[in-house]
Write a protein that binds this ligand. Structure first.
Ligand code: ZN
Length: 432
């Protein structure tokens, strides 16, 4: 089957193709086969992209999707309050069904806002059934997802058997793949970090790790001294680490995931965007968590841009758009498959409404997307050539039923935990 997306304003994110004021995109089954100003394909199914921007889908490199039911309750929390509330108070009441619904609705939310690839940083695996429910939630949403399994969270126990079990169920190049979420130098010791990295290597898994204590413990230098920096690890946040540590990451070929909204509002630190770039790394972007922040990449892009412009006036919108697409794909080990509109890559494509009053006239497309873009612009989403959203609506998804189930899940957990949902809940740090 061939599909022709025709007459759009194409932002390819491929330097060899560039931007086309008016361009066509030809897909064959799940793959992009041509991008050009005019393509003749009389046999193809046509998607009219007049008044649309055509660009690669966004890549979110770090989202705790299981927390979706508690959207907004923590917008005024500090990081310490977040830990006490979500991990200390809510998580013990999560059942597998709650994980399933959080992951499914969270993944659908991401898809709805144009995130075709999403890394689910999952640390609610209280039992194997919870982990299986997380996988099923991702599988039931038609996006490209990576279950980044934070195994043994809150413990120092060996995770080998459980990680091998999940790995045996997530093989191949299907829509849901696996990574390993390390407990890392802040939550465990170097022997455990080394053991987890060895396990990940044995199983062919990329890894991701949070660095949240600022620079005071020099966690990256510590990993460097133990020869534990790898090209397949993504470092989340990393606020406040030294410039020398960022150069260590660049030398190792590691990647970085910046969550600008959460880092700023929880007081984790200023986003490291400019310093990461200065060290020779290309950052990726992430939304992190729904209790504190919105789940769309437009907000992450705008906050990253605004914060760095505020610090030193250096960052360009075009770079930010790269962080949210091609650089995110690289951080997920998927740059050969997604992140740009390049022939041979999977057809992960979004169409944004350029005639919407909030962005019209659509001058300087990359700049307008970063400065004024929002999920309401996402008209059409294709994942590996399959249309999953069109005319502003997710296809083949029973949202009303799922919404009801998520509300029931939320109410049950909130009642068991004894917490209000109206933003007045400020847990003290010693309840963690
Ligand atoms: Zn996180």
């Amino acid at each position: 089957m061939r599909t022709l997306i025709t007459g759009g304003n194409v932002i390819s994110m491929d330097p060899g193709i560039g931007d086309l004021d008016r361009g066509d995109l030809l897909l064959e089954n799940d793959v992009i086969v041509d991008v050009a100003e005019h393509i003749d394909a009389p046999d193809a199914v046509v998607i009219d992209a007049s008044d649309r921007v055509v660009m690669p889908g966004f890549v979110d490199t770090h989202r705790h999707t299981w927390q979706t039911a508690f959207r907004g309750v923590g917008v005024d929390w500090t990081f310490t309050e977040y830990l006490a509330a979500v991990h200390g108070t809510l998580k013990p009441h999560y059942q597998p069904e709650d994980v399933y619904l959080g992951n499914l609705l969270g993944r659908l939310e991401a898809l709805h806002s144009g995130v075709t690839t999403m890394l689910d940083w999952f640390h609610c695996g209280r039992t194997p059934e919870h982990v299986d429910a997380a996988v099923q939630g991702l599988r039931d949403a038609p996006g490209r997802s990576i279950l980044c399994y934070g195994a043994g969270w809150g413990t120092t126990a060996s995770v080998d058997d459980e990680v091998r079990r999940v790995r045996s169920e997530l093989t191949g190049n299907g829509p849901v793949t696996m990574a390993l979420g390390l407990r890392g130098p802040e939550l465990t010791d170097m022997d455990t970090v080394a053991a987890e990295l060895t396990l990940a290597g044995d199983l062919g898994l990329r890894t991701s790790v949070h660095i949240e204590t600022g620079g005071r413990n020099r966690p990256i230098a510590d990993l460097h001294e133990h020869r534990l920096l790898s090209s397949t690890t993504t470092f989340v946040h990393a606020n406040g680490v030294g410039d020398d540590e960022l150069h260590m990451l660049a030398d190792a070929g590691s990647s970085v995931s910046i969550s600008p909204d959460v880092e700023l509002k929880m007081g984790i630190g200023w986003p490291m965007t400019g310093r990461v770039l200065a060290a020779g790394l290309r950052p990726s972007l992430s939304t992190d968590d729904a209790p504190s922040a919105g789940g769309d990449m437009f907000a992450s892009m705008r906050s990253a841009h605004v914060a760095q412009r505020g610090l030193d006036g250096t960052l360009n919108a075009r770079d930010v758009l790269e962080f949210a697409t091609i650089d995110g794909a690289a951080a997920c080990g998927l740059v050969d498959r997604t992140g740009s509109l390049t022939p041979g890559k999977d057809a992960d494509v979004i169409l944004l409404s350029a005639d919407d009053p909030t962005v019209f006239p659509f001058n300087n497309p990359a700049g307008t997307i970063v400065a004024a873009g929002h999920p309401g612009l996402v008209d059409t989403v294709l994942v590996a050539g399959r249309v999953v959203k069109h005319g502003g609506r997710l296809l083949d998804i029973e949202l009303p039923t799922l919404r009801n189930r998520l509300v029931e899940s939320r109410d049950r957990i909130a009642a068991a935990a004894g917490i209000p949902l109206d933003g007045t809940w400020h847990p003290s740090s010693d309840s963690h």
